[in-house]
Design a protein around this ligand. Structure first.
Ligand SMILES: Cc1ncc(COP(=O)(O)O)c(C=O)c1O
Length: 389
């Protein structure tokens, strides 16, 4: 079989045409599917036939979406979820038992951190954390009951880069399941399975949708692990809706062109801010000044659409900057066509004590930008005028 290039797979991976000979995949908005007769129904429930039974288990639109992500990530199998958090929670819950232990990067998405600190301890699942500058001592955190090694790269919101190949080698040596949240990079820029990941998770809500419309999540990777995740999810019910799967599958057709432009805009904005008087520091993976630039170059094809910079003047300057923004949105989402700015120290991370904030790189003046697809001159002008206001 001819293996298609990324772009072609994104567009041409499609369900079989119906009798109507439609060009674009139709929407299968149905909660269940019918059987020919008693024997068909028996054999279907006995899983002797591969077919759709009920949309909590599978649906044609979800199947197409998952198949595309599998091809893009180089994965064997996958399952799609209602949100990124449903994907993260269900993946851990399906694979872990009481008494198991996780080793995770300290800098992970807030709700993921809440799972580790607030909910998993209820089921006697514990977590140890490594910081970005402690990669060489990470192995010391591994215990006899450690089962999962977990990280995101680039990290949120401080845009650090973690060497996935190093994690892959450690996971293999200690027989751990390596799970990477690849949400910031998308499979277009980074394929963690090539570097040793067993499972890759996405919040499809971000660049995969890319237009701020629907929520979604997906986990792909080794077929035996996905089978456990599928059985757990089929019974617990975090499935992606067929409508959202249809929207997301359409979005994947343009992922490569959208992400190319996002990255081009982000690099231009980062270069502009590097020379700005009101900015102390700019973090963007494909700027040579980024502390992990060489690792970013090794594992990513472009730098992504998220960048962070530090305004002189601390928390007050960060709040004043947000109030002076005219074009960009103040919003919690990212990976949208619309540029979004956030000031973590006064908003998303304001409840953390200063020491914990600084431990994950969130200084008082740190601003995160999800660079959108507006004209780059308009994005730069807006950020510039807000810095000077
Ligand atoms: C890195 C990362 N992982 C997971 C999630 C959770 O995704 P969702 O909001 O789709 O549940 C987010 C959301 O912002 C995220 O940024």
């Amino acid at each position: 079989m001819i293996k298609n290039n990324f772009e072609t797979a994104a567009i041409r991976t499609q369900l079989e045409r119906t009798q109507y000979q439609e060009h674009s995949t139709p929407l299968y908005l149905t909660s269940s599917f019918v059987f020919e007769d008693a024997e068909d129904m028996r054999a279907s429930f006995a899983e002797e036939k591969e077919r759709n039974l009920y949309s909590r288990f599978s649906n044609p639109n979800t199947t197409e979406f998952v198949e595309k992500i599998c091809k893009m990530e180089g994965a064997e199998s996958g399952y799609a979820f209602a949100t990124g958090m449903a994907a993260i929670f269900s993946t851990f819950a399906a694979l872990l038992n009481s008494g198991d232990h996780i080793v995770s990067a300290r800098s992970v998405f807030g709700s993921t951190h809440t799972l580790f600190t607030k909910y998993f301890p209820k089921w006697n699942i514990s977590t140890s954390y490594f910081k970005i500058n402690e990669m060489d001592t990470l192995e010391r955190l591994i215990q006899p009951n450690t089962k999962i090694l977990y990280a995101e790269s680039p990290t949120n919101p401080s845009v650090d880069i973690i060497d996935i190949e190093v994690l892959g080698k450690i996971a293999k040596k200690h027989n751990l399941i390596l799970i990477i949240d690849n949400c910031f990079a998308t499979p277009y820029l980074q394929k963690p399975i090539q570097f040793g990941a067993d499972l890759v998770i996405h919040s499809a809500t971000k660049l995969i949708d890319g237009q701020g419309r629907v929520l979604g999540g997906v986990t792909v990777g080794k077929a035996d692990l996905i089978q456990d995740i599928y059985l757990f999810s089929r019974n617990t019910g975090p499935a992606l809706s067929p409508f959202n799967a249809w929207v997301l599958s359409k979005s994947l057709e343009t992922l490569h062109v959208r992400v190319d432009r996002h990255c081009e805009n982000a690099l231009k904005l980062a270069e502009f801010l590097e020379n700005h008087d009101k900015v102390n520091l700019v973090k963007y993976p494909f700027l040579k000044s980024h502390p992990q630039y060489q690792i970013a170059k090794k594992q990513m094809t472009l730098g992504g659409n998220i960048m962070a910079f530090e305004i002189t003047g601390g928390i007050d300057a960060g709040r004043h900057f947000l109030n002076s923004i005219k074009l960009a949105s103040l919003s919690a989402n990212l990976g949208d066509t619309r540029t979004i700015v956030t000031h973590p120290a006064s908003t998303t991370h304001s409840k953390l004590v200063e020491e914990d904030r600084l431990a994950v790189g969130i200084t008082d003046g740190l601003v995160r930008v999800s660079v959108g697809l507006e004209h780059i001159n308009d994005i730069i002008n807006d950020i510039d005028q807000a810095l000077l206001a």
